[in-house]
Design a protein around this ligand. Structure first.
Ligand SMILES: [Zn+2]
Ligand SMILES: [Zn+2]
Length: 256
């Protein structure tokens, strides 16, 4: 593990990941890019928390959140552009189009959860002609660690969405998102209790109680059925793709 930066969880006493898994993968992120067409090692300049803050304060900087909409919805850096995208691949094109007039005169400053997506994105944007590309090394996770340890000013507001059972790490007490059902300020993600749905969305305590942890009256009806009846209902139907829409489902009344 020599010379490998390890990201340590912000919350849960550093015991969030009990196992280390090492897997061989063709690609570290599903970016849809053909790696042979550009130099993936020609990355942006890595910044630590202090340097990131300084770059963020620079009026010639455009800061872009490289994560998906359901991640930046609950927390982001002050002033960052948060693309309304479902996938990393979508964000690459949208950001390039939006910033195409500033490829040479602005600093493109990017960040993501743990710094992985930026490794690819920064190389891609340099290939696309962006001259001044910077990235937050270790992402929001490592930034938060440095901020706490070194007493640096924290510029991240809200929660950092993570991909394990914790779903998010609280960085500040700010609640920047709303319940997808009633609109109350809320930043708690939940999975719909209907096994056939399992939609990931934001639900406040009162909606959770009223809806019995489901996303819609349809799903609420389903969970009243017996386990066998529910199983029968699921038969032949593929797993709902709503899972991946994460808050975009039409059933969510406030969100839509
Ligand atoms: Zn609610
Ligand atoms: Zn549901």
């Amino acid at each position: 593990m020599k010379d490998i930066r390890l990201n340590v969880a912000v919350e849960h006493n550093n015991k969030s990941f009990l196992k280390l898994k090492v897997k061989v993968r063709n690609k570290i992120v599903a970016d849809g890019l053909v790696d042979e067409t550009f130099d993936v090692t020609n990355k942006g300049v890595h910044l630590n928390a202090d340097e990131f803050n300084e770059m963020l304060a620079n009026p010639d900087t455009i800061c872009v959140d490289m994560r998906n909409h359901y991640e930046s919805e609950i927390g982001y850096f002050e002033g960052a552009i948060t693309p309304d995208v479902d996938t990393f691949r979508d964000s690459l094109d949208i950001i390039e189009e939006d910033l195409k007039d500033n490829k040479e005169d602005k600093n493109l400053l990017m960040y993501c959860t743990g710094g992985i997506r930026c490794e690819k994105a920064s190389a891609y944007y340099k290939h696309k002609g962006f001259k001044n590309v910077f990235q937050l090394e270790g992402g929001i996770i490592e930034y938060t660690r440095q901020v706490k340890q070194e007493g640096i000013e924290n510029k991240f507001i809200g929660k950092n969405f993570v991909f394990d059972h914790r779903r998010a790490e609280k960085i500040t007490d700010d609640v920047v998102s709303n319940c997808h059902q009633c609109g109350e300020a809320c930043n708690e993600h939940t999975n719909c209790a209907n096994e056939a749905c399992h939609l990931l969305f934001i639900q406040c305590d009162s909606c959770s109680e009223k809806m019995e942890n489901t996303c819609s009256t349809d799903c609420q009806e389903v969970i009243q059925l017996s386990f066998e009846e529910q199983k029968e209902l699921r038969k032949g139907k593929g797993n709902s793709n709503k899972i991946f829409k994460k808050g975009r489902s039409k059933v969510l009344k406030f969100k839509n």
